[in-house]
Design a protein around this ligand. Structure first.
Ligand SMILES: [Zn+2]
Length: 268
């Protein structure tokens, strides 16, 4: 049993703290933020990860965790509502082992200091200056600036920071799709982690030289070329490791609990 002062740390206490810190109520999201599965026991040990996949649950069981905190939880809009298949097996394991699942999606992308975008910008040496959609009060995509540099320089920085080679689509190209002349310098960058490749259109409207996200679709290549915006697909998983780690560190400090980040490798 875990006591902080005379406060028992329950899944509800932990979630309430994170809800407040991330202003979770301010977001219209595609999945519920906060406590998704109540394991029913006090929290003494936490494992964090990007996605609540079965491998992460197995690792959390092995680590003796009472709660798992993730960026990608369950119950996404439009998915099968039944607890069957992979979701059924995952939730079954959580319940069987009394492990709570706490998930934050958009609030963890958007948080100005520990969000995925903020952490990624910091890792790439970019300074966030505003929102990709200027009217959003809690922007999930950002505009950032950097010292003027070539696309190759930015690509090298990304590769070093993520230990992974990004897929770069140059906006200057010949008919074979190869860059055909000295590319422009990149100074103004749109950034949104995960599967936000289609926001490249907005990056162009906001006069960005380049746009950084996680995934790429077939259509993204043509958008980048036609919009004149260099695109860097850096991996959905790779771009969303920062936020949950930072949240875990915050929780560890605030509650004085051991929190371990477990990275289940994912090339996508
Ligand atoms: Zn994501």
């Amino acid at each position: 049993m875990t006591i902080k002062g005379d406060l028992l740390i329950t899944a509800q206490t932990l979630t309430q703290f994170c809800d407040n810190y991330l202003q979770a109520d301010a977001f219209k999201d595609y999945s519920p933020n906060g406590l998704q599965v109540d394991g029913g026991r006090p929290i003494a040990r936490i494992v964090t990860g990007v996605t609540a996949c079965e491998a992460l649950i197995d690792a959390a069981i092995e680590a003796g965790a009472d709660a798992i905190m993730v960026h990608h939880g369950y119950f996404w809009k439009g998915e099968d509502e039944t607890i069957t298949g992979t979701k059924g097996r995952r939730i079954g394991k959580l319940m069987q082992h009394g492990i709570s699942l706490i998930a934050y999606h958009l609030p963890l992308d958007a948080h100005p200091t520990l969000g995925n975008n903020a952490m990624l910008a910091q890792a790439f040496g970019l300074t966030i200056t505003g929102a990709l959609y200027p009217h959003e009060s809690h922007p999930v995509g950002n505009i950032a600036t950097c010292t003027p540099q070539t696309a190759d320089d930015l690509k090298a920085t990304i590769e070093k920071a993520l230990q992974r080679t990004p897929l770069h689509i140059a906006s200057h190209y010949d008919v074979e799709g190869k860059p055909n002349h000295e590319p422009k310098l990149i100074e103004r960058v749109g950034i949104c982690t995960g599967g936000a490749q289609d926001m490249i259109e907005q990056a162009a409207i906001m006069q960005c030289d380049a746009y950084i996200s996680g995934e790429i679709s077939e259509r993204t290549t043509h958008s980048a070329r036609e919009l004149g915006v260099d695109y860097f697909a850096c991996g959905h998983h790779a771009t969303e490791r920062g936020g949950i780690q930072a949240l875990g560190e915050l929780v560890a400090t605030h509650f004085g609990l051991p929190v371990t980040f477990i990275d289940i490798d994912n090339p996508a």
